[in-house]
Design a binder for this molecule. Sequence first.
Ligand code: SF4
Length: 438
Amino acid sequence: MVERNKPMTKEISPTFCPYPWVHLHAWPEGKAMLCCIAHGGENGGEVGDFSKNSYAEIMNSDKMKQVRLDMIAGKRLPQCYPCYQHEDLGVESYRQRVIKHYDDHLEKLLDITLEDGTITKVYMTHMDYRFSNLCNLGCKTCGSPLSSTIANSVADQNEINYLRERGVLSERETITSFIFKRPEFMEVDVYPYINENLRSFYFAGGEPLIMPEHSMILDYLIETKQFDKQICYSTNLTTLKWKGKDFLEIWKNFSKILWICSIDGIHDKLQYIRRGSKHDTVFANLDKLIEMKENNPDKNYRVSICYTHSIYNAYDTGEFVRYLDENGYVDKLDEFILNYAYSDINSVAILPDYAKKELKEKRHADMQTPWMKRFFDKFPGTEHSFKQVDAVIDTEINPDMIYHFKRFQERGSYDKFNSALPWLSSVINGLEKNDKVY
Ligand code: SF4
């Protein structure tokens, strides 16, 4: 029998984070992670497997016990390097934000922790399961693990064999989901945790609005009259209705919703980067969300855009902001997130030197425009994120990345590429000058 922990220090360590006590994040093939950004270390931050084990089993696995003991002892965990990276740069990390959010709760976490790291009460405060890779788009900055459209167009036989062996592929082998292996998942790992302890949901994908599990959870919340949970979405905004469900109507039941709309450009550029989307539909849906928010001032509804900087759109961020400004969105949006494409192959760091110089000059000129200044005033955090792109441009990368930039030479022959991304197309033409290319 494990001894109950003697008073563990109530001072939290510099690496302490509440999540390993109250949360796990799942990827479609079943990988369990400490949170949605904890992808450092072995196997992209894996701490368990939802295709084999339940939330309660993973939470008290040897791995999770050690994670908690290491955090209490102030050790840095490989999974959490994204947070440490921010902290080392003096930028507020996700960990620090979570601590603020759980300020009233920290002692309780230590109270339920035994000396070997076991927790005596397994509960959840934040639910963020990526139920499947079901998605109606094939975005350039995404991949097959999170998009069934990409997975089906790539049809990588090794990947298919691997997923089939794990038992996480649908019968027609078009969708990846750990729920195929654990059909009891909703009953075991979802509904029992939707109670007074659970504060928030994060629905992302794939595209969450077309996932049946998302609809089932909303139905359950309505049935059990739990209308005050914080609900947050990352959506591509291509649809607000699915299989007879009108989400604009359903959402009226809930009092706290944040919609994070993934929009990385306008017109041809948006349609190229987010393959399968339509500019007019996306912005019409954005208007509907804004209207819903404005018509319900008594509710805590917030509408935001998440713009992912990548090699495809970094030159045109100024034009994007101008469009938002001229169409009234800068005033109407509640938040704006400037993100960077995760993988190196979509990063501006792989551009040739002459293009990096051009890009920096363009971006510095953009910063002086009145629309950009108004944008920075409205969303103060964005100025820092925008400037940080210079550091991303200068990131040292492996010289083998030359291959990844050269992939654009092939695409340069397609009309859509040239018309949607004229600057990148011009960079490819400049390659003949034999400039240094990474
Ligand atoms: S420390 Fe950061 S990366 Fe690790 S679990 Fe907490 S929020 Fe996630």
